[in-house]
Design a protein around this ligand. Structure first.
Ligand SMILES: [Zn+2]
Ligand SMILES: [Zn+2]
Length: 235
């Protein structure tokens, strides 16, 4: 069992030794990120699975999850051995993580057309993950455009997710963090993993961005209940 700071130190050391992609941004809190990085970190989703992407162990079973920064991307693993396994072959690890993330987010992807125009997505668009977020591009040119300015692409995608999911959102009046009933001026809609979450305040936004999986599960449950309710009413 490792405490969090020790686990992080191990993750940083492993990253520095084994993976050049991860070594550039260690998780240590005493090296403040550059402004651009901090801004990017606001756009990129934190890692949101409730389980280790390599061995499927639920987080918490073997102590705190270990966070690893791989470029702009946060990943979490269950144990030092899974961190080591990832760094042993990051390309293979990312292929596996991306495949699971793409399948997970595809049902929530809000657009049937390009992010930039009304042109339809083909039957098999180019699907890729940036900052733990699924994008679907019409073609290679569009993929490059997204990657050239991912912050802009995330803002566009967030807007599309909120437009699509707001009408059927399952917790329209309740903040999943505080449980408060929301007044009409107290609503902040954010997006994590192509799912909308409505929150009461900036503090709750920070809480959800730091630990998304807990709140995604609550929202998903509420969305399902709301869908069933609508279904019954339609009969
Ligand atoms: Zn694991
Ligand atoms: Zn709040």
């Amino acid at each position: 069992m490792f405490d969090k700071s020790l686990a992080r130190t191990i993750a940083v050391l492993l990253g520095a030794v084994l993976c050049s992609g991860c070594a550039s941004k260690p998780m240590s809190s005493d090296t403040p990120p550059k402004a651009a990085d901090a801004e990017m970190a606001d756009y990129a989703d934190r890692f949101y699975f409730d389980h280790c992407p390599l061995c499927a162990t639920r987080f918490g079973v073997r102590g705190e999850a270990i966070e690893v920064m791989h470029g702009e991307r946060e990943l979490r693993f269950c144990s030092p051995s899974c961190v080591e396994a990832f760094h042993h072959n990051p390309a293979a690890g990312l292929r596996r993580i991306d495949a699971e993330m793409i399948a997970d987010q595809r049902p929530f992807y809000p657009l049937k057309h390009s992010q930039y125009s009304a042109e339809s997505l083909p039957d098999r668009p180019i699907e890729f993950i940036w900052g733990n977020r699924l994008f679907r591009a019409r073609n290679e040119e569009e993929r490059r455009r997204i990657l050239a300015d991912p912050a802009d692409a995330i803002v566009r995608l967030d807007r599309a997710v909120i437009d699509a999911q707001r009408p059927t959102y399952g917790m329209p009046d309740k903040c999943p963090v505080q449980g408060d009933i929301l007044s009409s001026e107290q609503r902040i809609d954010i997006v994590v993993a192509n799912r909308m979450i409505r929150l009461s305040c900036r503090r709750c936004v920070r809480v959800v961005r730091a630990r998304p999986y807990q709140y995604l599960a609550m929202v998903e449950y509420a969305n399902r209940a709301e869908a069933e309710r609508r279904d019954l009413m339609d009969r």
